[in-house]
Unconditional design. Structure first.
Lengths: 111, 215, 96
């Protein structure tokens, strides 16, 4: 059985060569991962990041953007390792969202 | 490009967000990224300063670093030999910290054209080339380049004659790869700096070859 | 302990299909190639992926495959190759 991310040789269409600038939040994800995996902390490895991404399953893997997949995996890994708790993360996410709404942003309801 | 501010960008923890000129929806993972960052800072796992510096370092990495290494290899045969032996150390000679993950330079010749990919994810020599382009990480590239490299290269406008071997490197493990392209004919009079300007990111991935007049 | 395979040796990629974090691409399972070089010795990513140390380190080989052998419908030169980094435990000697 071939796992979804293991796509070498699968049929695919034209390569879309448009590039997008990295949004600040995407750089933040990248930087967080770099720090979490560095020698000082060694909280996570890139292998764990990848395993988390691979485990998202075909639907999420294709629907989420690159850094969305990274963030999903980082969040899952940090929860698994007990670095943060579900409760802490839930409360903080609600706080961030409320703060951003108060500052004048519209937002999609998180699913 | 959004106008969001990163918390910790200037060391301060709370920082007012400024909406884009057009209102832009934030979304779940963006909220999570913000929340996780704040929690990690609150817990002392990372500092705001470390986060700021890590983002700065990200921004400092670009293909210009790899281009300098290539240009030096073109003008200095002994450096070229050292580059092929150990790209991290060779980059270090030019004051570039290429990190601890081994990067291997693979040399194009008149008989061999190399192209890099990571079919399983997006492994890329980031410390020498910066972040990979979206297309490198795309389903289409990752699926097709190992199977039909010449058709993929043709999409990029790069046609390799059948007399030249096309070699695809799939970075599945601990090594990262960059292509050392062939120095273009007619470039003999150019300075090292001018040579570096000919070396684009795509030349070091292998989807393009350097020409005297890069697009 | 010495490495199992030598440069120039013909090897076969094991045709097994476990779940988990595997860094041997599906398109190579059961395929034959030649050891091009030894890339070094590294901790096993299959174990690192689950937070274990992945030790002892194992040999990582650069294995060269002929594209015309990998793909029935390959379009290109007969000389075209793919070189992929594969861990020792995913390879076996061709005639074993």
């Amino acid at each position: 059985m071939r796992r979804h991310h293991d796509m070498g040789g699968q049929p695919a269409g034209r390569i879309d060569r448009t590039d997008h600038d990295h949004a600040p939040w995407e750089k933040r994800v990248d930087a967080l991962l770099r720090l979490l995996t560095d020698r000082k902390r060694q909280i996570m490895t890139v292998d764990e990041l990848r395993r988390g991404i691979e485990g998202l399953g075909p639907g999420a893997y294709d629907q989420l953007s690159y850094y969305q997949r990274w963030m999903a995996s980082v969040g899952e890994n940090l929860l698994e390792k007990g670095v943060i708790t579900v409760d802490e993360l839930g409360r903080k996410m609600a706080e961030v969202e409320a703060r951003w709404r108060a500052e004048g942003w519209s937002g999609k309801e998180p699913s | 490009m959004t106008a969001h501010h990163d918390h910790g960008h200037d060391g301060s923890h709370r920082h007012p967000h400024q909406p884009d000129i057009e209102d832009r929806p934030f979304e779940y993972y963006q909220v999570m990224a913000e929340a996780v960052g704040e929690l990690l800072i609150e817990k002392g796992v990372v500092s705001a300063e470390e986060l700021r510096r890590a983002i700065e370092d990200l921004d400092a990495r670009s293909p210009a670093l790899g281009a300098r290494v290539v240009a030096r290899a073109w003008v200095d045969p002994a450096f070229r030999t050292r580059l092929l032996d150990n790209a991290n150390a060779a980059a270090g000679e030019l004051g570039i910290d290429a990190g601890s993950i081994p990067i291997r330079a693979v040399e194009n010749t008149p008989r061999l054209h190399n192209v890099i990919c990571c079919t399983l994810c997006s492994c890329y020599p980031r410390l020498l080339l910066g972040v990979p382009p979206d297309w490198y990480k795309s389903r289409a590239y990752r699926s097709r380049v190992v199977h039909e490299p010449r058709a993929v290269l043709a999409e990029f406008g790069t046609l390799i004659p059948d007399s030249v071997e096309v070699r695809v490197h799939d970075s599945t493990a601990d090594l990262r790869y960059m292509v050392l392209p062939v120095r273009p004919a007619g470039s003999e009079a150019l300075s090292e700096q001018q040579l570096a300007a000919l070396v684009t990111r795509d030349c070091m991935i292998g989807t393009a070859v350097p020409t005297l007049h890069p697009a | 302990m010495s490495d199992a395979f030598a440069i120039g040796q013909r090897v076969r990629v094991r045709a097994v299909y476990p779940p988990g974090h595997v860094r041997t691409p599906h398109y190579l399972r059961g395929r034959h190639g030649t050891i091009e070089s030894i890339a070094g010795h590294y901790a096993n990513p299959e174990e690192l992926a689950y937070g274990r140390d992945g030790l002892p380190k194992r040999a990582l080989y650069r294995v060269r495959f002929h594209q015309s052998e990998l793909w029935q419908d390959y379009v290109g030169s007969a000389a075209d190759t793919a070189v992929v980094d594969l861990y020792e435990h995913w390879l076996e000697a061709e005639n074993s």
